[in-house]
Design a protein. Structure first.
Length: 198
């Protein structure tokens, strides 16, 4: 890295590469139905594993990155709408690029028309009124709306790479599911109080 003149800067620059679909990989994908609060977490692990969460509503399934993506696209085609937080500018392009790199054809377009939340509801778009107000992270919106934040567990997105290298795959899966649960709760608030249907 030409711009990194110290070892600390070089490491920091290398860690930034984990934010791009061309230079990173998917280690976990959480999906949750906000109506039933049932779902699944697909996560990478050295060992194959399939289990249920404590409440028996969430499947945890491990496999390779290819397995994760194949399972994601298979599941997604059974739903009319998908809900994300910052999915339009981060998660969705990342998923599509990683799929293309691994030779997996997506089962649907994750970047449909931006101003129609019926097929894809990106809560960051909705809560900023499509960029009319300042953007904040999921943790901030959770705290503002009184929703339990996944960051309260002590894990943040910056911890994922080190946890992965330490083989703490289940912790990553549980953190990822926490994000999905928080997103579902935030969606409920938006849908009830801000989704004005004229």
């Amino acid at each position: 890295m030409k711009s990194a003149d110290t070892e600390e800067k070089r490491i920091a620059e290398m860690e930034k590469l984990s934010l791009y679909g061309l230079t990173a990989q998917i280690v976990a994908i959480a999906m949750l139905n906000p109506d039933t609060m049932a779902g699944k977490v697909l996560f990478q692990s050295d060992t194959k594993e399939q289990s249920l969460s404590r409440n028996n509503k969430i499947e945890l399934i491990s496999g390779s990155e290819r397995d994760l993506l194949t399972g994601f696209w298979d599941t997604l085609q059974h739903y009319d709408r998908f809900i994300t937080f910052n999915g339009r500018t981060f998660d969705n392009p990342f998923l599509m690029l990683r799929s293309a790199i691994l030779g997996i054809r997506p089962s649907r377009n994750l970047l449909p028309y931006r101003y129609d939340a019926k097929g894809h509801c990106d809560l960051l778009d909705q809560l900023t009124f499509y960029g009319a107000t300042r953007k904040f992270n999921l943790d901030f919106y959770c705290k503002a709306f009184g929703i339990k934040s996944p960051k309260d567990s002590g894990i943040t997105g910056q911890d994922i790479a080190p946890l992965f290298h330490q083989g703490k795959y289940r912790e990553i899966a549980e953190y990822c599911m926490g994000d999905a649960i928080a997103t579902a709760e935030l969606f409920r608030r938006w849908n009830e109080f801000l989704n004005i249907k004229e």
